[in-house]
Design a protein around this ligand. Sequence first.
Ligand code: HEM
Length: 237
Amino acid sequence: MEALAQDKPSGCPMAADASAAARSEYASYMRTEELLGLQRRDEEVLHRDERLFQCVHQSTELWLKQAGFEMAHAVWLIEAGRLSAAAQILVRASKCVDTIAQQLDILARMASFDFGVLRPALGQGSGLESPGWRNLRALAPRLLAAFTAQREARGVTLQDMFRAGPDSALYVLAEALLDLDAKVSTWRLQHLAIAVRTIGDGGIGTKGMPVQTLGGLLAHRLFAELWSARSATAAAY
Ligand code: HEM
């Protein structure tokens, strides 16, 4: 228990300046007071690594919110026939997912034993319940439906589209969708690596899902139909 006490935070160096900063125009526009008050307080945490754990999860939710915002706009643009603009916006969504995949790595610096100390704080909470993740997954079929409607309206098959190359706006949009899907797969792979490193190969999640099942999800595709058509193009030469 003594070790646990040592692992409690030793106080925040930003605290002294906090009230002056809270009054600035920057703080008022960015709402930093509310934002920085969303983490568990020193006296609440079971282990100091809860700060890191919450920081990664909370910032992930912000980036996923942004990714969903861009994806929803892309649906609207595709429905309006603005395919190049939609492809551009999807690049942003991909970069949001890229960012959350990269930041997962910092959790590899958390000791498995320390995670065991903070884990009770989660209760039954799991990333499976992430609203940002759910939103992203719900938007994928809407994106595909909007894309398919535009492709069919132009009378272009998937095979023809993949043969047409980057002079075709449909092709460029399809590639942007595949990029987004690939970034999600990269996040899943990185997340699996962190899960294995933290709770072990035989670990069980807070929602009862074995880590091995997460491995099975690596094969999941948001836009399976597009991947198959692209592969069929490769098989034809
Ligand atoms: C030490 C770090 C982590 C561990 C050990 C871990 C572990 C797990 C486990 C075991 C699952 C399976 C579901 C369950 O039973 O809970 C899961 C799912 C999930 N976790 Fe994590 N996780 C970690 C970090 C994160 C972070 C930082 C996020 C970001 C929000 C996250 C988001 C998710 C999501 C979205 C799922 C569903 C995955 C899918 O549908 O492919 N996890 N996690």
